[in-house]
Design a protein around this ligand. Structure first.
Ligand SMILES: *[C@@H]1O[C@H](CO)[C@@H](O)[C@H](O)[C@H]1NC(C)=O
Ligand SMILES: *[C@@H]1O[C@H](CO)[C@@H](O)[C@H](O)[C@H]1NC(C)=O
Ligand SMILES: *[C@@H]1O[C@H](CO)[C@@H](O)[C@H](O)[C@H]1NC(C)=O
Ligand SMILES: *[C@@H]1O[C@H](CO)[C@@H](O)[C@H](O)[C@H]1NC(C)=O
Length: 290
């Protein structure tokens, strides 16, 4: 009683409908973290400058040259992102030496903030930061880097081997940007955020990680958002686009004609999804009837 023709029909219709159903607009959350402009976790979403900088696989990760850093939070008001390197040494855990390296673009548009301090530890006496570049080292909020050797279980080992503290240095991102750990001649580093608020707080209670400060490209995203669209870009040309629905992209803003009072792309998307769903139902019904 079922004609092969009908099978063909339904498969054709599902094949037609599926791209519409799956070609959703940009994801606006990764776990509990909101993903807004200029960021995007789907290709073609957000600002092209931030392309492939975030990866959402269960958790949200910031992808730098030296590895994947877990994103703890994004503050869209202050334009900051806090990331944590699971492979970095902290006051409570000593991990193998490695570098922190960003791409050239990243170090310009999303560098660590000035209240993110890098602590270079177990440096040799030949380290440039103890010699020619010693003015790159500083103390913050009444703390000197030697404190870490005494206060942190993880770093006591440096001290116990020689029975004296090896040289160390608190410094800013620019130092590690221009000099790798090999050049710096220090075996380990850790980084601390919100260092302006740590007066009288011991290293055990510091927050380890990095705060990055990002800039938002001036590309007229607001105009697109106001018209109900989502800011994105053409994946081939990297030219900014306003994504209005699964089937419509605009150069600047979504056309007002297709948008109702409830607003925007979402309504339109809902409609196209409904339309696809209706096509499938229609196919099913036609099979049952025939
Ligand atoms: C709209 O832009 C997105 C992101 O670049 C792309 O995936 C999609 O295919 C485009 N849609 C149309 C209809 O051009
Ligand atoms: C995200 O990371 C996973 C695991 O490394 C990888 O398989 C996937 O391709 C990445 N996704 C994107 C969009 O880069
Ligand atoms: C500290 O640095 C010295 C070389 O300056 C190195 O031999 C030693 O292994 C380092 N300590 C640790 C625990 O990595
Ligand atoms: C940091 O503080 C320590 C201890 O008070 C002091 O010996 C050192 O000279 C200070 N370093 C700098 C760069 O000010």
């Amino acid at each position: 009683m079922q004609h092969p023709q009908n099978h063909q029909l339904i498969f054709t219709l599902i094949a037609l409908a599926l791209p519409v159903l799956s070609a959703n607009l940009c994801r606006s959350f990764c776990g509990t973290i909101a993903i807004n402009y200029p960021f995007g976790v789907d290709d073609g979403c957000g600002a092209p400058q931030y392309r492939q900088m975030l990866n959402c696989t269960n958790d949200l990760f910031f992808i730098a040259t030296s590895g994947r850093y877990k994103v703890q939070s994004i503050d869209y008001q202050k334009k900051t992102m806090v990331v944590y390197d699971p492979a970095m040494s902290t006051c409570s855990i000593l991990q193998p030496h490695h570098d922190f390296v960003m791409t050239d673009i990243q170090s310009v548009i999303i560098p660590p903030t000035s209240d993110t301090v890098f602590a270079l530890l177990n440096c040799s006496i030949d380290s440039p930061v103890l010699n020619h570049y010693k003015n790159l080292c500083f103390n913050f909020s009444g703390h000197s880097c030697d404190e870490l050797y005494g206060a942190c279980n993880a770093f006591r080992i440096f001290h116990s081997l020689t029975n004296s503290s090896p040289p160390c240095c608190f410094t800013g991102y620019d130092t590690v940007k221009y000099m790798s750990m090999n050049i710096l001649d220090c075996t380990h580093y850790t980084s601390v955020i919100n260092t302006d608020n740590l007066k009288g707080v011991g290293p055990l209670d510091w927050v380890y990680g990095m705060k990055l400060s990002y800039s938002v490209p001036e590309t007229g995203c607001e105009r697109c958002t106001r018209s109900g669209g989502t800011c994105g870009y053409d994946t081939e040309t990297a030219v900014m686009m306003c994504l209005c629905s699964t089937s419509t992209n605009a150069t600047r803003e979504c056309a007002t004609g297709s948008i109702g009072d409830l607003g925007g792309g979402q309504k339109f998307t809902l409609w196209t999804n409904f339309h696809a769903f209706a096509l499938v139902m229609e196919a099913l019904i036609s099979i049952i009837i025939l």
